[in-house]
Design a protein. Structure first.
Lengths: 478, 317, 310
């Protein structure tokens, strides 16, 4: 029997331990872990990483010389637990947010009332690179623009939840939510059974039903496909995983062709019409006739077919305007404006660098700020004020002054920690949480689970896989 | 059975199996010639030439230079990146094809291909091939291919993907058999009445996994004619030309069954002619010249068929 | 008032057959206050099914495709258009750019954000020279147009559809579309919402530049008189000789024919435009358009394909 209780760090919220000891939800887990000796734990850890490697569950990291390296996404064997009450807040909060974001997208690509009424400055939209004029006026099925969202949540010093980012374009990582669960079941069958954990495995079925419901043709078995940029994409594993789980063809752009404003796939017995495309390809690559003319990943004429209502795209085109980091700051206003409700989940305070007063405030306090590029994601284009050198901070200021619309700043929030099994001990590491929300004609559905990402470097607050993050299985208690 | 699949995926599975079959055959030949090279007494004027000539694009003067150089051949054939047809490059290409059609192949198969890929790309493999460990590396690779075929058979669904990959596999196997046969008959000018002994033919037969079966077939025809009967016309031999053509035909039927592409019928006739050509060749009275022609024509026609087949089903770009 | 009979033929030829071609066309004259389309007819090789939608700027867009292999494609559009500008010059209006109240209009805001270019300083100093801060929108637009007319040389053949504003500012030469791009940069920097216009200019006795063919100019937004056309190539407000086809941020938004295809082939494009007056006079122009250079890799593939062909 080992004593795994780590030394608590004085500041911040730890999800397993309060200052009075282990929290109720984690009691059983800690007991199981302490009942095992180190060798057994090490074997389990090895077992988990072998499963990932053998299955080829890898992602590709691209460095400056453009050489991709295949890596596994490190998996920590200790689950992260969210209690039932905590989950209710997360679930209702995300559902509310998605409802508002969908209304916002429908509005901004049609009447633009929220701008005309002065709630969101038009200049912010006009200057957003992801606001696509080409999407203006396109009628999308059931007025749903966001069918799948990955909402990044963090917890502050008192354990309160904040929304850090809304990922409304091609959120990735859901395959890890599902695979992590399968691995926990294999390495800790007893412990898993002893706890009352909500199921996540029906995610592909729920999503598939939504995809089918969006078909423009009312036929019994519409053709739904997953469009991938191809084997070199860093998330290719996830694309194959989801296609397999939903039993839909995994297609590349060159498999599709537009004829008479309808989309077809090229099969061994000729062309077959496609009704719904779950595309994991960014907007600007979708159709070389409309967006990047040199894109070979997309399908020429796709947007025209989409405009005519002959094919559904998931997510809709142009969603980037709603998860732009500067527009993010206005989501609470959107919730009030469209739903006449108070936001359930908090936003992280966000300073617009375009606003000279807010900029001065931030410049005076760079050490406590994180600077983010408004149109970047995945941990790229970020400067952490508390970690950056003087030169880096100065460079950030120059970059901001050159193009203030391109940046926002937020106060650094000490993310909550969850213990991880590292080098034979439990060590506290910072985590975030990305639940996956699905939105169909019958409303928002959030599978009780999510991807917990871990910043594996001690003290680090950056959890992105491209920046050396790992992940944990995430248990929502029933 | 599903009536269609993505052309690109069908293409991927076709080539996955062609590459794997090619590598399998090449390793078998390499293994055979490598083991034989230990036998100092054999008067072996060809050395690795049949292997290098068919499976690599080395120029004739380089083949002459290296055909007795085991060290060079092992590394060049197994893991030289410059050799487009090295085991390493072929497995890499096979894996690329598998990745592109990953949603149609089983998890078990994918994991096995993946592990072969990691093995063949190990950084120390070339240096280990220079040590006595080489023989066990060869054995391990040969086993891995047996396992690949086994996993394929046991786990893969018998749908269109199966048909396309089986057609790829047997086109490749048939071409191998013809080519290896040519490389043992060409040096003796296709002399069916010659007196080459079993030692001479053993290499060909072992390279095609047909030695034991050959020994079991009792008849008193001289080897030079009997080998032809075995590798081309024996319907029970899994590497014979007639057997592989038969399987291709079976899977073609399967592909055509639910397919209403207009060109399908032409394609079926084209293949029918190719198969009848072998079927109705009277091998008892074959002349040397006819043998040369039969081998050459069959190979040409099969290559042509493979191209037309690809054009019909895989033209997605 | 004038009525024009316009024929616009776009012809693509391929030395080897291509397939899966798909095209987007903006060849439809605008119907607006000063312009009536009396007749319109479109014909395309193999008579494909054309779908029509409107884009963000309100232009009519046609979309069609041909799956089968083909060696050429011709798009022929014929139209009878009546143009009727009641005024030769805009009414006097003292509104200045800073008086515009755009804060809740995304469309206009986009049209007054200048492209980011290296030679922005040069743009700023031209504006200073014109004393832009003290001028009304209308006066400023005219002065900018005049500046370009006086300081840039109209020269064919040195620029193409890819030429950037920086390049034009460098050599100060170009054709109508280059002048329009420079004028847009000046006006947007000064805070005036303005857009690119592609269309035809119909020749008259006075000898307008860019005659007898497709033409490009600029429209500025004024709160009282709406969109006003100004033609920097000829230094005039647009009048009965200008037939408007489409508007956008820049040339790219207004490309008359845009398309892709599959196949390895050399492509040639020629454009024929003929404009006839009611009295029977007519003018023609044929342009062999230089297409974008191919990559080395593509050229190699092409050579290979051509050899196989022989």
């Amino acid at each position: 029997m080992v004593n795994l209780t780590p030394k608590l760090s004085p500041k911040g919220w730890d999800e397993m331990f309060s200052k009075d000891g282990v929290r109720d939800a984690y009691k059983q887990v800690l007991q199981t872990l302490e009942g095992l000796n180190l060798d057994k734990l090490n074997v389990k850890q090895k077992q988990a990483s072998d499963i990932f490697m053998n299955q080829g569950i890898t992602f590709t990291v691209y460095s400056d010389d453009n050489q991709g390296i295949e890596r596994i996404f490190p998996f920590d064997i200790i689950p992260r637990i969210i209690t039932k009450n905590e989950w209710i807040e997360v679930e209702t909060g995300i559902a509310q947010r998605l409802k508002a974001l969908n209304l916002f997208l429908e509005d901004i690509y049609n009447e633009q009332l929220i701008v005309k009424e002065g709630i969101i400055p038009a200049s912010l939209i006009a200057s957003c690179p992801h606001y696509l004029p080409e999407a203006h006026g396109i009628k999308v099925p059931h007025d749903i623009h966001v069918h799948i969202a990955g909402i990044d949540l963090i917890r502050g010093e008192k354990g309160e939840f904040y929304v850090l980012e809304d990922n409304l374009r091609c959120p990735s990582g859901v395959s890890y939510m599902l695979e992590n669960r399968e691995i926990t079941k294999r390495i800790f069958p007893e412990m898993f059974r002893a706890n009352n954990v909500s199921m996540v495995a029906n995610y592909p079925m729920i999503f598939h039903n939504i995809l089918v419901s969006l078909s423009p043709r009312s036929i019994p078995n519409p053709n739904v496909v997953l469009l991938t940029p191809g084997v070199y994409n860093s998330a290719y594993y996830e694309h194959t995983f989801l296609a397999r789980q939903m039993g839909i063809p995994l297609v590349e752009g060159r498999d599709l062709v537009v004829n008479n404003h309808k989309v077809y796939m090229k099969t061994t017995s000729g062309l077959q019409q496609v009704d719904v495309i779950y595309r994991r390809l960014d907007d600007e690559y979708l159709d070389p006739l409309v967006f990047k003319p040199d894109s070979t990943l997309g399908v020429p004429g796709l947007i025209s077919a989409y405009k005519m209502g002959n094919v559904a795209l998931v997510n809709a085109v142009g969603n980037g305007v709603a998860d732009d980091k500067a527009i993010y700051a206005f989501v609470p206003q959107m919730i009030k404006y469209y739903l006449n409700e108070e936001p359930i989940l908090k936003n992280v305070p966000t300073y617009q660098m375009e606003n000279p007063e807010e900029r001065e405030l931030v410049f005076a306090d760079m050490g406590n700020m994180v600077i983010k590029e408004t149109n970047q994601s995945g941990g790229y284009g970020m400067v952490m004020g508390n970690k950056a050198t003087e030169e880096e901070l100065e460079a950030a200021k120059v970059a901001i002054l050159n193009n203030p619309r391109n940046f926002i700043a937020q106060p650094i929030i000490q993310l909550s920690t969850v213990p991880c099994y590292i080098d034979g001990e439990l060590k506290l590491r910072h985590v975030d949480l990305r639940p996956y929300a699905l939105c169909g004609p019958n409303g928002v559905k959030i599978v009780p689970g999510g991807l917990t990402r871990v910043a594996l470097t001690e003290g680090s607050l950056v959890v992105n896989s491209s920046q050396g993050g790992g992940s944990k299985d995430t248990w929502i208690m029933k | 059975m599903e009536v269609n699949m993505l052309s690109r995926v069908a293409d991927g599975m076709f080539w996955l199996n062609r590459y794997m079959e090619r590598t399998d055959g090449m390793l078998l030949t390499l293994n055979t010639l490598y083991i034989m090279s230990f036998d100092q007494e054999t008067n072996d004027y060809q050395g690795y030439k049949p292997l290098l000539k068919y499976y690599t694009d080395l120029a004739p003067e380089h083949i002459a230079e290296f055909q007795h150089d085991t060290n060079f051949v092992l590394k060049y054939v197994i893991c030289d990146n410059k050799n487009l047809n090295s085991v390493r490059n072929l497995i890499t290409k096979a894996r690329e094809n598998a990745r592109g059609s990953q949603d149609k192949i089983t998890k078990e198969l994918w994991e096995h291909i993946n592990s072969m890929y990691h093995y063949i790309n190990a950084a120390d493999l070339p240096s280990r091939l220079e040590t006595p460990e080489a023989i066990s590396i060869l054995a391990k690779l040969n086993k891995d291919f047996l396992l690949y075929n086994g996993i394929f058979h046991v786990t893969m669904p018998r749908g269109l993907g199966w048909c396309f990959s089986s057609i790829g596999k047997h086109i490749e196997r048939c071409l191998q058999t013809i080519s290896m046969t040519q490389s043992y008959y060409a040096p003796i000018e296709y002399n069916l009445d010659g007196k080459e002994d079993l030692l001479y033919w053993r290499k060909l037969l072992l390279s095609l996994s047909g030695y034991e079966l050959y020994l079991k077939s009792y008849s008193n025809i001289p080897h030079n004619r009997k080998v032809i009967q075995h590798v081309i016309f024996n319907p029970d031999f899994a590497h014979s030309v007639i057997f592989t053509l038969g399987l291709i035909e079976t899977y073609l039927e399967c592909v055509f069954k639910n397919n209403n592409l207009m060109e399908a019928r032409t394609m079926r006739n084209q293949f029918g002619r190719l198969k009848s050509y072998i079927e109705y060749t009277d091998y008892h009275h074959l002349s040397n010249y006819q043998l040369e022609q039969v081998l050459k024509n069959t190979k040409d026609q099969l290559n042509e068929f493979s191209m037309d087949f690809s054009k019909l089903f895989f033209s997605y770009t | 008032m004038a009525v024009f009979n316009i024929i616009h033929i776009t012809k693509y030829k391929y030395n080897l057959p291509i397939k899966e071609s798909i095209n987007e066309i903006r060849l439809f004259p605008h119907n607006f206050e000063n312009q009536d389309v009396l007749q319109y007819q479109l014909s395309i090789t193999q008579n494909p099914n054309v779908s029509y939608t409107n884009d963000y700027h309100g232009n009519r867009v046609g979309n069609f495709n041909t799956l089968e292999a083909h060696n050429e494609m011709t798009i022929e559009s014929r139209m009878l258009v009546r143009v009727n500008h009641s005024l030769k010059i805009p009414e006097i209006d003292e509104t200045k750019a800073k008086d515009l109240n755009l804060h809740n209009d995304i469309y206009l805001l986009r049209l007054c954000s200048p492209e980011s270019i290296e030679k922005q300083e040069e743009i700023n100093s031209i504006l200073k020279e014109i004393d832009y801060e003290n001028k009304s929108i209308i006066a400023l637009a005219f002065d900018c147009s005049q500046y370009i007319y006086n300081n840039f040389t109209y020269t064919k053949g040195i620029t193409n559809i890819e030429t950037t504003v920086d390049e034009i500012l460098g050599h100060r030469k170009g054709v109508c579309q280059d002048f329009a791009h420079v004028l847009l940069q000046l006006l947007r920097t000064a805070g005036i919402p303005s857009r690119y216009v592609s269309g035809y200019i119909c020749p008259n006795e006075s000898g307008l530049r860019g005659e007898g063919a497709t033409h490009a100019w600029v429209e500025i937004y004024t709160p009282k008189q709406g969109w006003l056309g100004i033609d920097p190539t000829n230094n005039i407000w647009t009048m009965d000789n200008h037939v408007k086809l489409s508007v956008g941020m820049n040339f790219n938004d207004c490309t008359p024919v845009k398309g892709t295809f599959k196949g390895i082939s050399k492509q040639t494009l020629s454009v024929f435009v003929s404009i006839g007056y009611e009295d029977g006079r007519h003018f023609e122009e044929i342009n062999d358009v230089e297409l974008q250079k191919n990559s080395v890799e593509f050229e190699l593939q092409l050579n290979h394909a051509e050899q196989q062909q022989q």
